[in-house]
Write a protein that binds this ligand. Structure first.
Ligand SMILES: *[C@@H]1O[C@H](CO)[C@@H](O)[C@H](O)[C@H]1NC(C)=O
Length: 397
């Protein structure tokens, strides 16, 4: 029924959004997590009844690679000046990474030891991935200065924070110490990333299963204050809303026309996935609470976003976020911190990848080979090919 269609949109919503983590020490954790803060350390216990100590720490690289955060800042700052859409891109990458196998940079892998298709190959990821080259750039610079020290998972966490802050989120500390995963499987994406075809309840359940809350979900969806959605996510609302109704009655005539004009230009059908609209056409690069205000007026590009303003379990949070922008932004930073702790690998788990695209055992480059001028085992031609495969003009701008 209707629910199904609405939910189709949700994927994108959530997908294009989510973010990093911050300094735990000041933030009480949500129920479902048990943390302790001491000396800036965050300890976290794992899920599923298995208790594991997870140590992430602000300033983790303070002795071993003190310039790491600064390098990431420089790379993201430069990129943001050219294209402020990188902020939404990182948020989406980070969210998709953390919800599949935890925040372990598994989404960045092109190849693993098993040779299986990787997370990147999933349709839920491929089309919308943005910012990969920037992660490569930051990682290459960091490796040149402190080889083998800083994980790709932490580089992505830092980059996501930088992008978010540039878009208007207050600065938050990123606790680090994540290790990079060895596994990345396309088949693990389904079920761990919210789908537009899922009821809101299912998506809430997914957040809870990751140790997050329904409030986190609503707060993080506010990242739709920036970014874009591709037409296939919402076109059904004006094409065939449900078996008996063509146009979603919740859409104004003007909005419906706008969607038609944008998505149904005479392009070959296969190009439909290249057409998109901003979630917030007024301030598309600014993290503000106009998104929530629009939701309360019934306005949203993505139907499942709009549902959050109606659903009894989420409505109050939407109202609160619409009523107080600073409060939302502070909560957003907190939620990013929690997102960044989802199923992290620490200590001796995983590895520190030399190249974010390959686990070390399949990385063509040998350790110690890194003289800083050879790239990281991925030359220009590969890069070009890769871009074509994933469709580089992306999804989240
Ligand atoms: C939503 O969750 C219910 C209950 O767990 C499940 O039966 C149903 O298949 C799920 N629907 C979707 C679209 O994921």
């Amino acid at each position: 029924m209707e629910g199904r269609m609405r939910v189709r949109a949700t994927i994108f919503i959530l997908c294009s959004i989510f973010l990093p983590l911050a300094s735990n020490a000041r933030h009480p954790l949500a129920s479902g997590f048990r943390h302790r803060h001491r000396h800036g350390r965050v300890a976290r216990h794992g899920f599923g009844g298995v208790t594991q100590l997870k140590d992430l720490r602000v300033g983790f690289y303070g002795n071993t690679c003190p310039q790491a955060e600064q390098i990431v800042n420089e790379v993201v700052t430069k990129a943001y000046k050219k294209d402020p859409g990188v902020s939404a891109g990182f948020l989406r990458l980070f969210f998709h990474d953390c919800f599949v196998h935890g925040c372990d940079a598994s989404i960045l892998l092109d190849k693993t030891a098993s040779g299986e298709k990787v997370e990147k190959d999933s349709r839920a990821n491929g089309q919308g991935m943005r910012g990969l080259e920037l992660i490569d750039e930051a990682k290459a610079r960091i490796e040149a200065e402190c080889p083998g020290i800083v994980s790709c998972a932490d580089v992505l966490s830092y980059a996501t924070r930088e992008g978010s802050v540039m878009a208007g989120v207050p600065h938050y500390d990123v606790a680090a110490g994540r290790r990079d995963g060895l596994i990345s499987r396309e088949t693990d994406v389904a079920g761990n990333i919210p789908l537009p075809s899922q009821p809101l309840q299912n998506i809430s359940q997914l957040f809870i299963s990751k140790g997050m809350t329904v409030e986190d979900m609503v707060v993080l969806i506010g990242s739709h204050s920036i970014g874009i959605a591709h037409c296939p996510t919402f076109l059904y609302r004006v094409a065939q809303y449900n078996p008996t109704v063509k146009v979603d009655p919740k859409l104004t005539t003007a909005d419906a026309n706008n969607i038609r004009n944008t998505c149904l230009r005479p392009v070959p059908f296969e190009d439909l996935s290249q057409t998109f609209m901003p979630f917030d056409p007024v301030t598309p690069f600014r993290m503000d609470n106009i998104f929530y205000k629009n939701l309360l007026e019934g306005k949203a590009l993505i139907e499942s976003d709009r549902l959050m303003a109606d659903d009894i379990t989420t409505k109050q949070t939407v109202q609160a976020m619409a009523g107080n922008e600073q409060n939302w932004l502070a909560k957003f930073a907190d939620a990013m911190v929690r997102l960044g702790m989802v199923d992290v690998k620490t200590g001796t788990e995983g590895e520190i990848r030399r190249n974010c695209r390959f686990v070390n055992s399949v990385n063509p480059q040998q350790p110690g080979d890194n003289n800083g001028d050879s790239g990281i085992g991925f030359d220009k031609e590969d890069e070009e090919q890769f871009r074509q495969i994933i469709g580089s003009t992306i999804f989240v701008h």
